[in-house]
Design a protein around this ligand. Structure first.
Ligand code: SF4
Length: 742
């Protein structure tokens, strides 16, 4: 075991130029002025949402303007830009009476129409949507559902501001309608996390808390861009740097926002910026397993594996040890794309650290081998017992306020609320709770649902929010599939590009309330498993005829099957919390949450404490033997991967990406070497072509690996084919492409 002390990170300012003048970076003050202007018709209500509500943006989930990580204000411009979705007035039915016009609009234009005012129906061949009453809408939906066999139903939920109570009601409604074809948008971002962590440590959730980032010896940011996607983490990182944390970024692209950041609420950082990244490891896309195996190989060779921990608390180490020892450095370097000296340096940083946290996201999960990538990170943490202690752990950071809770409340085909599998024992338990007979037929995940639609096998599709047309690979295929469904329900607060797609017969739009308007408030589970209560905000408007999100799916199922009325009637969300508290041991205590600021954290600050893994046989974690993946790209082709900009999932907030130097949505990041090879120059317009589609882009020189391109998602989905990780059924959002001159 190494006795050298941890290698400290450098705590330096980013620039002597005050406020980073001259640098392309976020301009928070300017954006705040824009937000004030956008919300000028409802500023007091907007303030109450910010001050009392739990953020409906990313997964950090503060209570009002505070969190439980550091002192001071927790606020970012993503939250501010999303505010308008909560304060905007409704459009009028006449605004959606021309479907041809709506189909020419993009997502942002459709959202800007305003909140959905009332139930709306569109029948194929109609000129557009027309208003119908709630009674007629429920009769229509209920009649169609009653006539649809369970295997021809599909229920999909997104996480846009949606609460645990809604997820629980939604999955219960689907099961009472007889189907397990129910899934969540988490399938698209972190399902590989759930399958990889469950298989190795027995729990599919982050093992530590956000406060563990601050003061950990070593922080690995692996395949993630938290500067864009979870902006307040930059403040946490600035605090971590002040305590000596060393930050290593492992990514095919050097993210400017992770190199340095101007944290607006920290005076010194706001003025001169904070340098965050200490080391950059430019891993190949898909090279993570090779890199992690290489680090293990160094640890083995130098005797730096924590054998006491490994022997006491894990299984299968010997097989992994033999596997990495048999690997050649030539293969490791080729497959990882990282030279041996850098791998050895990463191993040294890791071996000298007494504490280490890894944050990762979709650079790890969105591959055909995403589950194995997650298992490789687990191998690393187990090798030195970097789990279950303060300031250690694995933190798969989520992008949405709702995704962690959605899975835990049972919105997935293979589980019930609590994330428990569909075993006979569990099914019988929930049959007792819900006084019903539950379906046994295995359900479909999201990509399989759309495949089934495309085959003409789905007649009833319930979209609880979401925009699968925008976010799934191969949007033309999604549009074709949607066009084959007889009745499509879109329960939402605004229109998007999926809402206006053609159907086989009927599209029904049901207007929902936001989390801040619902009777009894709601809870959401943030990325550190903290379940927070967000109250119904006093003085909120009643927007049109919108109804609570938890109520609508229940009413549809009750309209179809009146015998379910007793099981699906809730006076308000507190009834649901009481039921969840009684049926889901994981969420015990949720029934006590009733006022702003209330929270519980399931599992406590750390999971896997004391080397105990209660979800695993003998409470021991499992090492996994993993073959490195090497992505072969034909001569002249490139491997395209995806990035996010100033956006919130499919909601694009700005046309440029301030933390990556102001790149535009149709910019394609390419290395200087590849530009030179192509004989092209920075800024030139070109066409990118894959097996399934093409798009026009501006080639923009960036610090990115040669052979790799990066494009903004979801626009680049037109290039992404339909490949999935077979274990998690999460899509692989990468593609082999060529560049053509225009
Ligand atoms: S960082 Fe995330 S949770 Fe925090 S305010 Fe911004 S969007 Fe909300």
């Amino acid at each position: 075991m190494s006795v050298n002390p941890p290698v400290r990170g450098n705590d330096r300012i980013a620039s002597l130029a005050p406020f980073g003048l001259g640098a392309q970076k976020p301009h928070h003050m300017l954006e705040m002025v824009e937000v004030l202007w956008e919300n000028r018709d409802s500023l007091p209500y907007a303030w109450r949402i910010l001050n009392k509500g739990v953020c409906d943006g990313c997964s950090l989930g503060p209570r009002g303007l505070k969190d439980d990580v550091i002192e001071g204000t927790h606020l970012c411009t993503t939250r501010l830009k999303l505010l308008r979705l909560n304060t905007m007035p409704a459009f009028t039915p006449a605004d959606v009476a021309d479907i041809a016009h709506l189909r020419r609009m993009d997502n942002r234009q459709l959202q800007a129409l305003g909140r959905i005012p009332c139930p709306l129906v569109y029948r194929k061949g109609d000129r557009g949507f027309r208003r119908i009453s709630w009674d007629d809408a429920l009769a229509l939906a209920g009649g169609a559902l009653r006539a649809t066999p369970p295997e021809r139903q599909a229920w999909f939920a997104t996480s846009r501001g949606i609460t645990n109570e809604v997820y629980y009601a939604f999955t219960k409604a689907a099961r009472l309608a007889g189907t397990n074809n129910v899934d969540l948008c988490a399938r698209l971002c972190h399902q590989a996390t759930v399958s990889g962590l469950k298989a190795t440590i027995g729990v599919g959730a982050p093992t530590c808390s956000l406060k563990d980032l601050i003061g950990t010896d070593l922080l690995l940011l692996w395949g993630t861009d938290i500067a864009n996607n979870q902006p307040v983490t930059m403040k946490y990182l600035a605090h971590a740097k002040a305590q000596g944390t060393r930050i290593v970024v492992i990514n095919p692209v050097r993210e400017k926002g992770l190199e340095s950041y101007w944290v607006p609420s920290m005076p010194k950082s706001a003025l001169f910026g904070t340098t965050l990244m200490d080391d950059f490891i430019p891993v190949a896309v898909g090279g993570d397993i090779a890199l992690l195996n290489g680090v293990l190989k160094v640890l083995v060779e130098k005797g730096q594996v924590d054998r006491a921990y490994v022997d006491a608390h894990t299984k299968n180490w010997e097989a992994v040890e033999a596997h990495v020892q048999a690997m050649t450095w030539d293969d490791i370097v080729r497959d990882s794309g990282v030279d041996k000296a850098k791998i050895e340096w990463l191993a040294e940083l890791y071996a000298r650290a007494t504490t280490c946290v890894t944050i990762y996201s979709m650079g790890i999960t969105q591959h055909t081998f995403g589950t194995e990538n997650v298992e490789a990170i687990v191998n690393l943490h187990l090798s030195r017992g970097m789990i279950g202690r303060p300031k250690t752990g694995i933190l798969p950071i989520r992008g949405h306020s709702g995704v962690q809770g959605g899975g835990e409340c049972g919105v997935a085909p293979g589980i019930l609320p609590g994330g428990i599998p569909l075993t006979e024992e569990n099914l019988q338990r929930f049959e007792g709770y819900w006084n019903t007979t539950l379906p046994r037929t295995p359900g479909l995940t999201t990509m399989r649902m759309v495949e089934r639609m495309d085959q003409g096998g789905i007649d009833f599709l319930y979209n609880l929010g979401g925009n699968l047309f925008a976010v799934l690979p191969d949007p033309a295929w999604v549009a074709d599939a949607y066009a084959k469904v007889k009745l499509r329900i879109h329960q939402d607060i605004v229109f998007n590009t999926s809402t206006v797609l053609e159907g086989a017969d009927t599209v029904l739009v049901l207007p929902a309330q936001t989390r801040y308007e619902q009777r009894g408030g709601g809870t959401s589970t943030n990325t550190e498993r903290r379940i927070r209560f967000s109250p119904e905000i006093a003085g909120h408007p009643q927007v049109g005829e919108s109804r609570p999100e938890y109520e609508i799916p229940c009413q549809v199922v009750m309209a179809a099957f009146p015998g379910t009325t007793e099981q699906l009637s809730y006076r308000d969300a507190s009834d649901l919390r009481r039921e969840i508290g009684a049926t889901v041991p994981l969420y015990a205590g949720i029934e006590t949450l009733s006022k702003a600021g209330d929270w519980i954290q399931w599992g406590g600050e750390q999971l896997c404490v004391g080397g105990k893994f209660p979800g695993m046989p003998e409470e021991k974690a499992r090492f996994t033997v993993l073959e490195p993946r090497h992505i072969e790209v034909p001569d002249g082709a490139f491997y395209l991967t995806t990035r996010r900009g100033k956006q919130f999932n499919s909601i694009v907030i700005k046309d440029h990406d301030p933390v990556q130097g102001g790149k535009k949505r149709d910019d394609l990041l390419i290395s200087a070497a590849d530009l030179a090879k192509l004989g092209l120059t920075d800024g030139i317009r070109a066409r990118v072509v894959s097996d399934i589609g093409k798009m026009e882009v501006n080639l923009r020189e960036a610090d990115i690996r040669a052979g790799v391109l990066q494009a903004y998602w979801p626009e680049c989905n037109v290039l992404i084919g339909r490949r999935i990780d077979p274990r998690s059924e999460e899509p692989d959002y990468n593609a082999v492409v060529r560049i053509e001159r225009i």
